[in-house]
Design a protein. Sequence first.
Length: 242
Amino acid sequence: MKRIAIIGYGRMGKEIEMLLLSEDHTISVIIDNENDWKEKREQFINSDVAIEFSTPETAVENIKRCFQCHIPVVSGTTGWYHRINEVFREAEKKQGNLIYGANFSIGANLFFMLNVQLAQWMNKLEQYDVEVEEIHHVKKIDAPSGTAITTAQLIIENLKRKNSWTMNNVPAQNEIKVIAKREGDVAGIHKVSYDSPEDVIQIIHQAKNRKGLAKGALKAAVWLTENPGVYQFKDVFLDILK
């Protein structure tokens, strides 16, 4: 049983709370704003691990505070990866422990792996052009989603004729077009399409709800308490979720 801090009390924070209440773990504290960091510090420093789903603007400082208090942290927030080297430096300085990722569900990470394999095959099939599309609920702040960006980057790493992604309607030949839509209360749909003059091949991951994300984050949090270090979830999820 772990004492788990929840950082961020939006949709995912509430999903994590519901999951923890049904599991054999304790919620040590819920932190959702600057005052909570001051008023609930004692509860926080007595946590075994933290799960962080906040905002792109607050995620880095939240992670740094976990490092300063020597609390391992799992971060599912996206939109802050342009500051990843800053976080890495702080982790090294404070001996911080972190798992971060664009998506903590099993299905989404299998989706990543399938896209790597398909992109490698497509090096021999130049008649196919590739596009990434994502749809999320209207309250999601960052666009495109972290999952869409990760997907595009994985394709770029494995498909030689693409070296960047763009949200422009008319991409250059070397670019992957990424489309971001915000509709209703959609938990998350990600689609990769390879289009040729003869046919279309698509890989789709559709989240039915947020439970898969919450379960993956919880398993990652427990795993991190026993495996210190800094990890990207997609690189270790098969060990974590086995």
